[in-house]
Ligand binder design. Structure first.
Ligand SMILES: NC(=O)c1ccc[n+]([C@@H]2O[C@H](COP(=O)([O-])OP(=O)(O)OC[C@H]3O[C@@H](n4cnc5c(N)ncnc54)[C@H](O)[C@@H]3O)[C@@H](O)[C@H]2O)c1
Ligand SMILES: [Zn+2]
Length: 362
């Protein structure tokens, strides 16, 4: 087991606990902070398994539990679902001494976090991520939110959790495609922050695909620590440090939007997006020419795509228009997080459109 402390001002600092079979510790940790009631908000795919283990741990510590089940899928990050959960909390006379515990992937973490951020002007939330994406990314850092028909994550709040419990045993039931998709974000951490970790991923790719516990534990722990460190430096995405996490994501969001949500999993889009970003950086002379192929080789060994070949043709004009609208681009100019070597990235503005077209053409 590893405990990573995320250091922010005292009222917002917390522990990220990574390990095997740790869900039984939640009750003790939550009751130690004074929690007496808990609303366990769980994804339908895990409510009977991991959700139940969490509820039992809480009950064993004398905490009164209200279970709430959320339908699986991105559709639950909605105004309607947030409204339903607010209503349930109001019916139960939930007050600020009641804690929310989110059990599931990024969908439930973002929804439950947002509900906790807003109900009674904010009640504590604990994150129990059960997908790889959630363990290495979404459960850490306090970004919460829901979608609107006009776009993803348009309504949200920064609301740091009181603690995070990443139990790698919970990933055993994750479908293969979902699991592998999460590995794209793991590669991202190596590329943007940590060359040694990148080399370690190259040496351990096969074991990671096989979910070997020791390798999986190291990958989750290292990724969580790198995410925590950048959140400490830039809690609210103001200094620019947190922007590094968007490596591959300007391309990825365009692919997801143009392909239609659901065709590509987010991590698959990120894998292709990182390939494009690395090739763009090399084309601009910002990155050594051999690095894009090295990154592609690792990504491919993890079972992820490195090109749009399997997605079908996407219109370059449409992709460029979506990227120019991206939150990261100023004045509709194209702006990307680009690597300068393995382990370092920079935000690069005013990128020439012709270069981007070349990269998209493959
Ligand atoms: N807040 C942030 O900083 C942040 C960062 C990255 C992503 N996100 C958000 O996270 C969401 C994606 O998260 P995700 O990839 O975890 O998707 P998800 O929450 O939809 O989970 C993926 C699928 O796995 C199922 N599932 C979850 N845990 C399982 C388990 N242990 N066993 C079997 N099935 C399980 C779910 O029911 C779902 O069908 C997106 O909405 C994205 O916007 C947020
Ligand atoms: Zn991502």
């Amino acid at each position: 087991m590893a405990v990573i402390r995320l250091h922010l001002p005292p009222d917002r600092s917390y522990d990220i606990v990574c390990g095997r079979g740790i869900l039984g510790q939640i009750g003790g940790r939550l009751s130690a902070t004074g929690g007496r009631r808990a609303v366990v908000i769980a994804d339908a795919a895990v409510s009977a398994t991991h959700g139940r283990r969490v509820a039992e741990s809480l009950a064993d510590s004398g905490i009164q539990v209200l279970p709430v089940e959320i339908p699986a899928g991105e559709g639950s990050k909605s105004v309607a679902e947030a409204g339903r959960v607010w209503g349930l909390l109001a019916d139960q006379a939930v007050d600020r001494n009641t804690h929310v515990v989110a059990v599931g992937g990024g969908v439930v973490g973002d929804l439950a976090g947002f509900v906790a951020a807003t109900f009674a002007r904010g009640i504590p939330v604990w994150q129990v991520p059960t997908t790889l994406v959630a363990q290495v990314d979404s459960a850490i850092g306090g970004k919460t939110g829901i979608n609107l028909p006009a776009g993803k994550n348009l309504v949200g709040a920064f609301w740091q959790p009181s603690g995070v419990f990443a139990d790698i045993d919970a990933l055993a039931t994750l479908p293969h495609r979902e699991y592998v998709s999460g590995l794209a974000e793991v590669v991202k951490y190596g590329m943007i922050f940590d060359p040694d970790f990148f080399a370690w991923l190259e040496a351990n790719a096969a074991d990671l695909v096989a979910r070997s516990p020791d390798q999986l534990m190291h990958a989750v722990e290292r990724s969580a620590a790198l995410k925590a460190a950048v959140v400490e430096r830039d809690e609210r995405e103001i200094t620019g440090a947190r922007a590094a996490l968007n490596y591959g994501h300007t391309f990825a969001h365009a692919f997801e939007t143009a392909a239609g949500y659901g065709r590509l999993l987010h991590g698959e889009a990120v894998a292709i997006g990182m390939s494009c970003a690395a090739r763009l950086a090399a084309d601009m002379g910002r990155l050594a020419a051999d690095i894009p192929a090295r990154q592609d080789a690792l990504v491919a060994r993890l079972g992820l795509p490195v090109s749009l070949a399997g997605v079908g043709p996407l219109d370059a004009d449409e992709l460029l228009a979506i990227m120019a609208r991206d939150k990261k681009s100023l004045d509709r100019r194209l702006r990307f997080v680009l690597p300068s070597r393995i382990g370092a990235v920079a935000l690069v503005g005013d990128v020439d459109e012709a270069r981007v077209r070349r990269v998209l053409a493959g």
